[in-house]
Design a protein around this ligand. Structure first.
Ligand code: GLU
Length: 365
């Protein structure tokens, strides 16, 4: 019996192009078993660029954006072709969804996406998602598929995100340098994992190989959204089924939070339009006492934002601690910050909203 009802599986590019490892057929047979138990599966697959490059036998990876976009366009249909034929053997239909950041941020687009995804699941199809690399420029790019899969998982209320890569899990130290380094199999939350791993100051997380930094970021998003994450080796036989049965494979990270509301998700994943730096008192009020952010606690702001935008709240130490929907334009916040309500009323008689960010529109990260 599988206790997870909605499962997101992310497949890394290395797995897609690994020779002779039959990742597609292995995945299809496991997905078949999961679906037979009544659970739903969504796949986030990398590998469009790598497949395109492989097709052309290029001597090195393309570097320029235009080349990457072109090889993604070449590789994406080939990639889907492999999924389609592998899943056809089990009589499972798949669908392709190519997304950018805007598809999660522009409400109408997001609602369309959510409705389509839910409908595909309802009619028993396995959605296969990738970033729309061909059109994604920096402003609209999510960046990498670890983050994309975490956002997908949290938006659709998944129960678990499985990040499949070509290493066995997260190592305490870089196994290439320290071959006797051990895998961390289970942690109560992402903070424990960070504390157990050696972190290099220059390149972020040093443990393991192959893009662990973005996997940690994905685990942070999921931790916040109340979703379990497992990082494991996709080349191991039946790895997904073993993870779902709770076996000791890969690195399992439990979430810190319980599931969060859609409004909280909306705020947390929306791109910030500005920064508000607050003092210790306001930090305590916002993070521990469940209170609104008032003008008096604000020390400085950065960026130009409008009433209704999402902004990030930073501590005195420069750490992003919360996000929220702001009640004033940045120009107005400049005028009222650091002041008490009575003082502000003398300056602006019609000062209505006492809070710069109301507690109901605020998410502590
Ligand atoms: N979207 C890219 C591709 O399909 C991969 C990005 C990633 O792996 O993070 O090639």
């Amino acid at each position: 019996m599988i206790k997870y009802k909605k499962i997101v599986i992310k497949i890394g590019s290395h797995l897609i192009i690994a020779k002779g490892k039959k990742i597609f057929s292995s995945l299809a047979s496991q997905v078949k078993k999961i679906k037979d138990e009544g659970s739903q599966v969504i796949i986030v697959s990398s590998g469009a660029i790598a497949t395109g490059v492989q097709q052309y036998n290029l001597p090195s990876k393309p570097k320029s954006i235009i080349e990457k976009q072109a090889y993604a366009a070449i590789g994406q249909p080939l990639l889907m072709d492999r999924y389609i034929s592998a899943f056809r053997k089990y009589n499972i239909k798949v669908a392709q969804l190519l997304l950018t950041r805007e598809d999660f941020e522009v409400r109408e687009r997001y609602l369309n996406l959510r409705n389509t995804l839910n409908y595909l699941l309802k009619i028993n199809v396995v959605p296969i998602i990738n970033e729309n690399d061909t059109i994604a420029t920096d402003e609209i790019k999510l960046g990498d598929n670890d983050n994309l899969s975490a956002i997908v998982a949290s938006k659709i209320d998944a129960d678990i995100l499985i990040l499949l890569t070509d290493v066995d899990g997260v190592y305490e130290r870089n196994p290439k340098v320290y071959p006797d380094s051990k895998i961390v199999y289970e942690v109560k939350d992402i903070d424990e994992l960070v504390s157990k791993c050696e972190i290099s100051s220059s390149s972020g997380f040093f443990c393991g190989t192959g893009g662990m930094k973005t996997k940690f970021e994905a685990a942070k998003i999921c931790s916040f959204a109340g979703i379990e994450v497992v990082i494991a080796n996709g080349l191991k036989e039946n790895v997904v089924l073993d993870i779902l049965k709770g076996k000791k494979v890969g690195t399992r990270i439990y979430p810190k939070n319980k599931k969060i509301t859609s409004k909280e998700k909306w705020i947390a994943f929306k791109k910030s339009q500005g920064k508000i730096f607050i003092d210790k008192g306001a930090e305590l009020a916002v993070t521990k006492e469940n209170k609104s952010l008032l003008p008096v606690g604000i020390k400085k702001i950065e960026g130009v934002f409008k009433k209704g935008d999402v902004v990030s709240i930073f501590s005195e130490e420069g750490k992003e601690i919360a996000k929220g929907i702001v009640n004033f334009d940045s120009e107005e916040v400049e005028k009222i910050m650091g002041k008490k309500t009575e003082e502000i009323k003398k300056l602006i008689s019609e000062f209505g909203n006492k809070e710069v960010i109301h507690v109901d529109n605020l998410v502590v990260l």
